[in-house]
Structure formats: C-alpha cells, structure tokens
Design a protein around this ligand. Structure first.
Ligand code: ZN
Ligand code: ZN
Length: 224
C-alpha cells in the first residue's frame, strides 16, 4: 500500500529508492516490517504524454476532413439531383416514380378497366408534370374532353360508370427541337413508340403522318 503510494508520487525507481529509507524506518518504528519495492506505473490517462498518444491514435482512426467533405458533397449532389427530378410534396405519390420534372419525354398512359386496356402515347417538350396536370384538368372539365384521345376515352368511361385505373410511365427521353435541326427528334421518338406499340388503342396512328408541331412553331411565317 505504502509502496504503491510512494511509487505513484516518484517519477522513477531511482527517486523511489532515494526516498524509501525514511518510509521503511517509519514503518518499522510502527511495528510493520514491509519491504518497500518500486511498483511500475500503469499508464496514467492524465499524463500529457499518454494523452497526446491517445489523441493521435483517435485522430488516425477518424476519416480526414476532405473525405468527410467529399462524402457530404456527393450526398448533397444526389439529394439535389433527386429534388430536380421531382417536386412532389409526397414523393410516394409522384405519378411517375420521382421523375415528374423530366423534360422532352415520350410517355405512356395505361387505362385499365375490368374488361379492357387502353394505351395512350404522348410527348411533351416541357416537364412531364405540366403535361400530367393538363391531362388531369381535361378529365375534370367537360369543355376539355376532346383535347386528347385519352380524355375522350376517360369521359366515355365516366359516362358509362365504368371504373378504371390509370398508370403513367416514361417510355423515352429525347431532345427538344431547336432551330436549325433537320428533324424533330422528340416527334420521331413518339412516332417510333406508337409504331412499335403492340396495343391497338394507342393514339390514332394517322397522327404519325402529321408534321412536327415543334418545327412548325419555329417557321418564319408563324412570326408574321
Ligand atoms: Zn414527382
Ligand atoms: Zn416535334
């Protein structure tokens, strides 16, 4: 016990041996015959040297600042990218699985009733969401019932009280038409999707022969 106390306050064995004589004498005079021996110190966490070493070890185990910044940055980029693709408050209710802000797309609407399935293929230069909202408006406003083949079918089903389920999907992403281009890639993509579709109830196939309205709107005569 005394050896331990004296060892703790001595910086090394040499200093311990210098001081132990007086302690042994005091012990003997009190009836104890304990032989004092230096007890090696275990590392003291309060010792600045030990503390430095531990801190260094901890620092070595931690990822460096640039790694943390890079991972935060890439995480933020993924989140920003997701935000740019969808602005629905409830992402689970996004009509197109988190991609509603995609632009220049060819999309497909599938109208499912108990007896049959209707397919509608459309395109938009702008965001899918803007086109989707226009479709929804045409299903609710009677004066817009003739705006698309899809709205016509929806209104017919509604009038016959036939329950239906409507699903949306993006078929292709394309380039919007720009002045100087020889053809409208977006319209050609839509035509290709209609031709290759196996379903008979697609957008009327005669529309395939129509010239791109995107090219028309950029013709000079439209500006006069
Ligand atoms: Zn969305
Ligand atoms: Zn076009």
């Amino acid at each position: 016990m005394i050896s331990k106390r004296l060892s703790d306050i001595s910086c090394d064995a040499e200093e311990f041996n210098k001081a132990k004589g007086a302690y042994e004498q005091a012990l003997r005079s009190s009836g104890y015959d304990e032989k004092m021996e230096y007890i090696e110190k275990t590392s003291n966490p309060a010792d600045p040297k030990v503390r430095r070493k531990r801190t260094k070890n901890i620092i070595c185990c931690l990822p460096n600042v640039s790694t943390i910044l890079n991972s935060t940055r890439s995480q933020r980029t993924v989140e920003e990218k997701e935000d740019r693709m969808c602005n629905c408050r409830n992402k689970a209710k996004c009509p197109i699985s988190g991609e509603c802000l995609k632009t220049a797309v060819v999309y497909e609407a599938t109208l499912q009733t108990e007896e049959t399935q209707y397919q509608y293929i459309g395109l938009t230069e702008h965001t899918f969401k803007a086109r989707y909202n226009a479709h929804k408006s045409s299903f609710n406003n009677a004066n817009q019932r003739l705006s698309t083949e899809l709205s016509k079918t929806v209104w017919e089903l509604k009038e016959q009280h036939v329950p239906y389920n409507l699903k949306w999907a993006i078929l292709k992403h394309s380039q919007p038409y720009r002045g100087g281009m020889r053809a409208c890639d977006l319209c050609l993509t839509e035509k290709l999707c209609i031709i290759t579709s196996k379903h008979v109830n697609t957008k009327k196939r005669r529309e395939i022969l129509n010239k791109s309205r995107h090219m028309n709107k950029l013709l000079l005569r439209k500006c006069l």
